[in-house]
Design a protein around this ligand. Structure first.
Ligand code: KG4
Ligand code: ZN
Length: 358
């Protein structure tokens, strides 16, 4: 059972062909990073226009790489939330048109669910990852930072148990990199520079160490003040130490809260997903911490951490297997996730236990 996945929620136009068992037959990603780099961040209208241009060639490339044509497929999965409004509309409209013309079943996918199940993906010659439900998912990307209890690969089986009150962790990496004039996106550059620095050289505060919620906006302000005091630009050695010390503070928070959440939920399997899961220090420290506590850690490969359509195809395939399908005439897009949320950006914990967001 092969599913075509389509992802256009942010700054990657991606298409993939994946089986319901998680075998990736094709995974094509066109990134817009060069397009947005001069602006130091993503320009929503430019993103949507580029998706419009790239969507069909990227789908054609994925089908050709998998050596299949549309009638060979069991369905089409497309990211419908959360993301940039205009960017999401392009992918959804392309997927609807394909579903109408073929006709193949269509399923809308929540991008966050895609990240959380990306760990099930593997190539035909790899064995499938041994992962048991429920597991604890730490999702760390440019737009989201949250901990989830994952009881099934369907949205109804995924519950947020703590999230950021302000910036996402990838956003903190990107903003600190911007302050240091390191270019966009900042995460990979800080990762590289930090490898040459001393993570204990500068005492960067660990924000909000209690509980399961996160806050990353204070750390970025701390870096700005540090630069004002120490002078800009820092010499190369100080830059390396600052990157390493900032990264270590962030990683400390992420590792501590993930272990706390795993203990609270009594789960023995942990998954770290999203763009920041590509961070080498986070991967190393998480491996070490899980090994010490006899927890099983699963991390997607580097290329599957950042945005891709293979995770969308897989999440969509699980919906199709469960007998779910969307009507192309009514399927619509939303800028927010459909996952149950416990924290509200900027406002802390929700007074009610769980509220479905729309
Ligand atoms: O998941 P993703 O591709 O897009 C979103 O859904 O947001 O994540 C992109 C984010 C960016 O903020 C980028 O700086 C960060 O992931 N990132 C990293 C690394 N690679 C990407 N952050 C830290 N270390 C990395 N190696
Ligand atoms: Zn993402």
């Amino acid at each position: 059972m092969l599913v075509l996945g389509l992802e256009t929620s942010c700054d990657e136009t991606a298409a993939a062909v994946v089986s319901a068992e998680g075998v990736v037959h094709a995974n094509v990603v066109h990134t817009q990073i060069d397009l947005h780099r001069p602006y130091g961040g993503i320009l929503p209208e430019l993103a949507a226009r580029d998706h419009l241009q790239q969507a069909i060639p990227v789908i054609q490339a994925a089908l050709a790489h998998a050596n299949v044509s549309l009638p060979d497929l069991a369905g089409i999965a497309v990211t419908v939330r959360p993301g940039l409004a205009g960017a999401l509309l392009v992918g959804a409209q392309v997927a609807k048109t394909l579903a109408w013309a073929t006709p193949l079943p269509l399923v809308g996918v929540d991008h966050l669910v895609g990240h959380l199940v990306s760990v099930f993906l593997h190539s035909a010659d790899e064995t499938a990852p041994q992962l048991v439900f429920p597991y604890l998912g730490l999702l760390v990307s440019g737009g989201h930072t949250a901990l989830y209890r994952v009881d099934s690969p369907l949205p109804a089986g995924i519950t947020e148990i703590g999230a950021t009150r302000d910036d996402a962790v990838g956003e903190a990496f990107d903003k600190v990199a911007k302050m240091l004039r390191l270019g966009y996106p900042g995460g990979p550059v800080i990762d590289q520079l930090a490898a040459q620095g001393n993570p204990r050289k500068i005492r960067v505060p660990r924000p909000m160490m209690q509980g399961l919620e996160f806050s990353f906006s204070g750390i970025k302000t701390w870096v700005r003040r540090h630069l004002e005091e120490q002078g800009f630009p820092p010499d190369p050695a100080s830059l390396h130490d600052l990157c390493a010390s900032f990264q270590e503070a962030v990683v400390d928070v992420l590792v501590t809260k993930t272990l706390r959440a795993a203990q609270q939920e009594q789960v023995s399997h942990i998954v770290v997903a999203g763009g920041v899961a590509a961070n080498r220090r986070l991967r190393d420290r998480m491996h070490q911490a899980c090994a010490e506590r006899n927890l099983t850690l699963l991390l997607p490969s580097h290329s599957l951490c950042t945005d891709n359509a293979a995770m969308i195809a897989y999440a969509g395939a699980q919906r199709l297997v469960a007998g779910q399908c969307d009507d192309w005439s009514t399927l619509t897009t939303h800028t927010r996730t459909e996952l149950l949320r416990t924290s509200r950006k900027g406002r802390g914990k929700r007074p009610l236990q769980v509220v479905r967001s729309n």
